[in-house]
Design a protein around this ligand. Structure first.
Ligand code: DOR
Length: 310
C-alpha cells in the first residue's frame, strides 16, 4: 500500500484516521479495540467530572443518510479515562483525551488532574455538545468561548485542542477564528460536532425517533459532510498556526480525501464507525490509497490543504 503515514503536532501516525469522540470509546474494551485497529490515533468519550448515565433511551437512531443522537454525555467519569490514558501504548498510536465539563470549574479541575498525571494524551475540550438539557453549547457563546480558552490556557501548561460546533455564517467563522488565534496553546481545532437539534419523524407512527428533548438531537453522517468540509476549510484558512482535525460525514475513502484536501490533518469517523465497527479503518485506508494511486500521489502532504478554488 502507498504511504499513508503522517505527523500530527510532531507525533507520527500510521494513517490520518481516528474515531470521533463518543463512538467506540466509552469503556476500556472499546478503547482496546480501537488501539488494535488500523486507526492512526484515537480519542476517549467526552468525559465529565463524575460518571453520568446520560439521557433516557432510545437516544440514538440510524437514518437513511446518517444518524440522530441525544446521548447526553453518558460516560464513566474523568478518572476512568485517566486510568486508561495511563495504560495506553503511545508508541502504537497517539491518544486524545476528550473533556466536556458541565461548568468551567469542572473543566479546570479535569485538566489540572490530567496535567498532574503526566500522560502524553492530548486534551480536546468539547465545546459543542448539543444534548445536555438546559446547557447551551459554549461554541455558540463567543464571550464564554473566550473566557474558557483564557482560563484553560492559564491553568494547563501544554497545548490543547477544541471541538467546535458547526458554524453557518462567514461572519461567525471570522469571529471564532479571531478568538481562537488569541490563544497560542490552542494547537488544534476539531470541526465539527454533530449539527445540533435536528428532528426526524417516523411517518407510520407519526412520532419522533428519540426520547430526549422531544425528539431533537445531533445529526451526523452523510447529511453533514458539506457543512463539515466548509468548517474544516474555513478554520484551515483562518488559523494557519493551528492543525485541523476533520469530523463529519466520513464513510468512504473519497470523504477522507476531501477532508484532507480541505485542510484536515487527521480525519475522524463517527456515525459510520458506529454502524460498521473498527474494521472500517482498514477499508478506509484501502480506499484512500486507491484514490491516491489513481491520482499519482505518494504521500498525504502532497495534497493536504491544497484545495483549489475557481
Ligand atoms: O452529538 C453529540 N453527542 N455530541 C457530543 O458532543 C456529545 C454526544 C452526547 O453524548 O450526547
Amino acid at each position: 500500500m502507498l504511504d499513508l503515514s503522517t505527523f500530527f503536532l510532531g507525533r507520527p501516525l500510521a494513517a490520518p484516521l481516528m474515531n470521533a469522540s463518543g463512538v467506540w470509546c466509552n469503556v476500556t474494551n472499546q478503547l482496546n479495540a480501537l488501539a488494535k485497529s488500523e486507526a492512526g490515533a484515537m480519542v476517549t468519550k467526552s468525559c465529565t467530572l463524575v460518571r453520568r448515565d446520560g439521557n433516557p433511551e432510545p437516544r440514538y437512531h440510524t437514518l437513511s443518510m446518517g444518524s440522530i443522537n441525544s446521548m447526553g454525555l453518558p460516560n464513566e467519569g474523568h478518572l476512568y479515562y485517566l486510568d486508561y490514558a495511563q495504560q495506553h501504548d503511545y508508541e502504537n498510536k497517539p491518544l486524545f483525551f476528550s473533556v466536556a465539563g458541565l461548568t468551567l470549574d469542572d473543566n479546570l479541575t479535569m485538566v489540572a488532574q490530567i496535567q498532574d498525571a503526566y500522560t502524553p494524551a492530548m486534551v480536546e475540550i468539547n465545546l459543542s455538545c448539543p444534548n445536555v438539557p438546559g446547557k447551551a453549547q459554549i461554541g455558540y457563546d463567543f464571550e464564554a468561548l473566550d473566557v474558557i480558552l483564557a482560563e484553560i490556557s492559564s491553568a494547563y501548561a501544554r497545548p490543547f485542542g477544541v471541538k467546535l460546533p458547526p458554524y453557518f455564517d462567514i461572519a461567525h467563522f471570522d469571529e471564532v477564528a479571531e478568538i481562537l488565534n488569541r490563544y497560542d496553546k490552542v494547537a488544534f481545532v476539531t470541526c465539527i460536532n454533530s449539527i445540533g437539534n435536528g428532528l426526524m419523524i417516523d411517518i407510520n407512527s407519526e412520532t419522533v425517533l428519540i426520547k430526549p428533548k422531544q425528539g431533537f438531537g445531533g445529526i451526523g453522517g452523510e447529511y453533514v459532510l458539506p457543512t463539515a468540509l466548509a468548517n474544516v476549510n474555513a478554520f484551515y484558512r483562518r488559523c494557519p498556526e493551528k492543525s485541523i482535525i476533520g469530523c463529519g460525514g466520513v464513510s468512504t475513502g473519497e470523504h477522507v480525501f476531501m477532508h484532507l484536501l480541505a485542510g484536515a490533518s487527521i480525519v475522524q469517523v463517527g456515525t459510520a464507525l458506529y454502524e460498521e465497527g473498527v474494521d472500517i479503518f482498514a477499508r478506509l485506508k484501502i480506499e484512500l490509497a486507491r484514490i491516491m494511486q489513481q491520482k499519482g500521489y505518494q504521500k498525504i502532504e502532497e495534497y493536504q490543504g491544497k484545495l483549489k478554488t475557481i
